[in-house]
Design a protein around this ligand. Structure first.
Ligand code: UT7
Length: 345
């Protein structure tokens, strides 16, 4: 670290010292059912060799019919609450990042609030696709920094299997279901620890390269929208790939620059788990050896907003970093959206 990280804690406008925000608990949950590449070979014209060589994915988890996104989220949330030793009455706010809400409204976060019995908590959903979890963490952090709330539960949860086109081999091999969660709080005394900076960005001019066209106000559900398979995820893979690498590289470099850090200061890089070739390209561009990059996409595929949340929980529980270590999170998704975050654990 080349400069005191305490600088981030100063509000540039008011010069006031801000409350540092910490991740005091993490949790994740993936459903039991495993869908392997061999299973997919029976479903569409694909091969294990193609999927592994083009994406790095070997298997993914698929939720049971009875499990909604809120059920996956609640499992992850309970694990984060248990680790943080936070009970449901202490939660002030629940933010759920998802593109597969249980239903268009009410917000899935409200359904989670009810299932957790977190009666005091305000609750809303955050829609920034695969970037949603870091967008949600930043929003949660702002509420704590400002003194509005003390304890915020942020969840990334997806049941992508419900919007995948299981006849489209170019997308159905890539995605899975699961959830990850964090409890945000200020530990008060430790200025210089916690979330040091978050950078967020968006580019709506490329909204059409990764989307689900129907089901909203533009194309409400009709017989034609269903028969035209418009209620499924569509992706121009190559275009998304190129934008993902550039945006995640730029976001990572910006976060490091803001904290006066270099990649050598970072103990663990946790990127959105979309494609091993994207991860390798980013690692190469920011100068991170691959053993610094946390990878679980071979087991789960891409779980949109849940990916980085699950990876963070697993990396923490595996001891990939210790208290005081610096970690870098980087995400990218539909919108287009992207974000990066440096945390001193
Ligand atoms: O979470 C948001 C972020 N998402 C991403 O970042 C995903 C970004 N994109 C990617 O990861 C990659 O573009 C893919 C994995 C989706 C595709 O890899 P690619 O190297 O860009 O392949 P491609 O789409 O250019 O397809 C190459 C060939 C095509 O055949 P032709 O036209 O060359 O004959 C495809 O039809 O591979 C064919 N193909 C497949 N073959 C076997 C596409 N999907 C499959 C498949 N199995 N599942």
């Amino acid at each position: 670290m080349t400069k005191s990280s305490k600088t981030h804690l100063r509000n540039p406008r008011s010069k006031q010292l801000l409350r540092p925000v910490h991740i005091v608990g993490t949790g994740s949950y993936v459903p039991d059912r495993v869908l392997t590449n061999a299973d997919l070979e029976k479903l569409v014209d694909t091969t294990d060799e193609w999927i592994v060589s083009r994406s790095g994915i070997k298997e993914r988890r698929i939720a049971a019919d009875w499990q909604c996104t809120s059920d996956l989220a609640v499992e992850a949330a309970r694990r984060a609450m248990e680790q943080a030793k936070v009970n449901e009455d202490e939660i002030d706010l629940i933010i759920c990042a998802t593109i597969t809400p249980d239903m268009p409204f009410p917000a899935t976060a409200c359904l989670i609030q009810q299932k957790l019995g977190a009666k005091r908590a305000a609750a809303f959903d955050m829609e920034a696709a695969c970037s949603g979890f870091l967008y949600g963490m930043e929003v949660g952090q702002q509420f704590i920094t400002s003194g509005t709330y003390n304890t915020v539960l942020v969840i990334g949860a997806e049941k992508l299997s419900t919007i995948i086109d299981w006849e489209d081999r170019s997308t159905c091999v890539l995605f899975g279901d699961g959830a990850g969660a964090v409890i945000l709080r200020s530990r008060g005394e430790e200025a210089g620890h916690g979330i040091l900076t978050t950078c967020m960005g968006a580019d709506g001019s490329q909204a059409d390269i990764l989307l689900m066209p129907a089901g909203g106000a533009r194309y409400p559900a009709t017989k034609e929208s269903v028969s035209g398979r418009m209620h499924h995820l569509k992706m121009a893979g190559k275009e998304v790939f190129k934008s993902a690498v550039l945006a995640m590289q730029t976001a990572a470099e910006e976060a490091l620059r803001r904290c006066n850090l270099t990649i050598a200061d970072i103990k663990c890089v946790i990127p959105h788990q979309a494609n091993i070739r994207i991860l390798e390209a980013i690692a190469d561009r920011i100068g991170a050896p691959m053993d610094k990059v946390y990878v679980n996409l071979h087991r789960y595929g891409n779980i949109s907003a849940a990916s980085v949340a699950i990876a963070l929980d697993e990396a923490a529980r595996e001891g990939r970093f210790q208290r005081g270590d610096l970690i870098l999170l980087i995400v990218f998704g539909s919108g287009l959206t992207w974000a990066s975050c440096v945390i001193q654990w």
